[in-house]
Design a protein around this ligand. Structure first.
Ligand code: HMG
Length: 393
């Protein structure tokens, strides 16, 4: 039985910062951000957008009423959690209107956990072929103003519906996961911003890639020429180039050209959204599928997922016939093109202004001018209970 991605879509908030303006404000050569880091824009979540609001909007955009009746598991992957006990999946379950007899849970392992979600969904569907599983990858990447990580921020969510007989991408059951306890990037519970050892995190990403790939290669007698394209976790688009370079010795000239060319297509969305942590690999997948020429049916995509701390996984997706019919290219292009550019002053205010808490400890938020009317939004807390609504309600 084939199991994999039947539907996929992403959401990113309607405001962004232009990387040239940010570079000028930081007195940095813009080419460092545009070429050295490889980012053109980065999405910024204003106060009404948290991981639940973004994931609910992403999910709502891809699901039909029939899907909502069939989904019996929601896996909410994030490292930007908003509650130590309750999972983000339960709010999304309610906002989107999934039938009640569903298992809802949150998963965490830095940028890797959506891939864990995908693998758990595969096992669940193998046991229950009629079921559908909603996997959500949702995050806000924040390093803070004037930090080394500042140009590698971003915000967004990817929603994937996993099922038997998927129409977009079959996920092969063979994969290799790898774990090593390191401190390259982490965010203690008391900190709003991530801590990172930038250079070490790049090295850790690459050594996890080679460890995962070498093991996969040995276990399954694989070689890079088995794949039509390679996809990577994309914290910033230069990182995937470094990943391709790390594997270059195993490619012939035609392979290098092919993988480089697909990579260009696979980063079109990431270049203008930034790092969305758990969703970044899947944003890159969407970019390749939507922005590229039609890939041959059964073409195999080698995929590398990385989450600091660190866990990596090399696995493979197989293209399904007519997959282009099930994508959401024009909605995604509209979403990106209609975003509003923030001034650097607006962006700095957003990042540096904490949510106001009243004397009872609650937060009361207006729906601000940056919000898109159809989106789900966070509007504060009532008795410490988080409140969400459609922006245009
Ligand atoms: P930095 O020190 O600001 O930058 O840190 P740099 O000095 O290393 O320069 C970056 C690149 O720009 C270099 O190229 C420069 O040569 C080039 P490279 O050597 O890397 O090929 N450059 C220029 N190019 C053209 N024109 C110019 C110019 N000037 C310089 N004028 C760093 C960069 C990415 C480390 C920093 O932004 C950072 O710490 N970011 C956050 C950490 C990160 O994204 N790490 C990635 C791997 S870990 C990961 O992926 C996990 C993660 O997603 C979290 C999770 O799992 O949850 C982060």
């Amino acid at each position: 039985m084939k199991i994999g991605i039947d539907k996929i879509g992403f959401y990113t908030p309607p405001t962004f910062v232009d990387m040239v303006e940010l570079a000028e404000a930081r007195d940095v050569d813009p080419n460092k951000y545009l070429i050295g880091i490889g980012q053109e824009k980065m999405s910024i979540a204003t106060k009404n957008y948290d991981v639940v609001a973004m994931a609910a909007t992403a999910a709502d955009n891809i699901l039909t009423d029939e899907d909502k009746e069939k989904i019996d598991m929601i896996l909410f992957a994030t490292e930007t959690g908003i509650d130590q006990s309750k999972s983000g999946a339960t709010w999304v379950h309610d906002l989107v209107g999934i039938q009640p007899f569903a298992r809802s849970v949150e998963l965490k392992q830095a940028c890797y956990s959506a891939t864990a979600g995908l693998q758990l969904a595969m096992g669940h569907i193998a046991l229950h072929p009629e079921s559908k599983v909603l996997v959500l990858a949702t995050d806000i990447a924040k390093y803070g103003l004037n930090t080394g990580g500042e140009p590698t921020q971003g915000a967004g969510a990817v929603a994937m519906l996993l099922s038997a007989n998927p129409r977009i991408l079959e996920i092969e059951k063979e994969s290799t996961a790898y774990t090593k306890d390191i401190d390259d990037f982490w965010r203690p519970n008391y900190s709003e911003f991530a801590f990172v050892d930038g250079k070490y995190s790049n090295e850790a990403y690459l050594s996890t890639l080679t460890a995962s790939w070498n093991r996969y290669k040995a276990q399954y007698q694989a070689q890079l020429s088995d794949f039509e394209a390679l996809l990577f976790h994309v914290p910033y688009t230069k990182m995937g180039r470094k990943a391709l370079q790390a594997l270059e010795d195993e490619m012939d000239e035609a392979g290098t050209t092919r993988f480089d060319s697909y990579y260009e297509t696979a980063i079109k969305y990431n270049k203008t959204v930034g790092n969305i942590y758990t969703g970044s690999l899947y944003l890159s997948l969407i970019s390749l599928l939507e922005q590229g020429e039609e890939l041959p049916a059964d073409a195999r995509l080698g995929m590398f997922s990385y989450g600091s701390g660190a866990v990596g996984e090399f696995f493979v997706g197989k293209i399904q016939t007519n997959y282009k019919n099930y994508l959401r290219k024009s909605s995604h292009e509209d979403l990106l093109n209609k975003r509003k550019q923030l001034t650097i002053e607006e962006y700095e205010n957003i990042l540096s202004t904490p949510l106001e808490v009243d004397e009872t400890g609650d937060i009361l938020l207006d729906v601000d001018e940056f919000v898109s009317s159809e989106d789900f939004v966070f509007v504060g807390t009532n008795g410490h209970r988080r409140q969400y609504q459609r922006a245009n309600n």
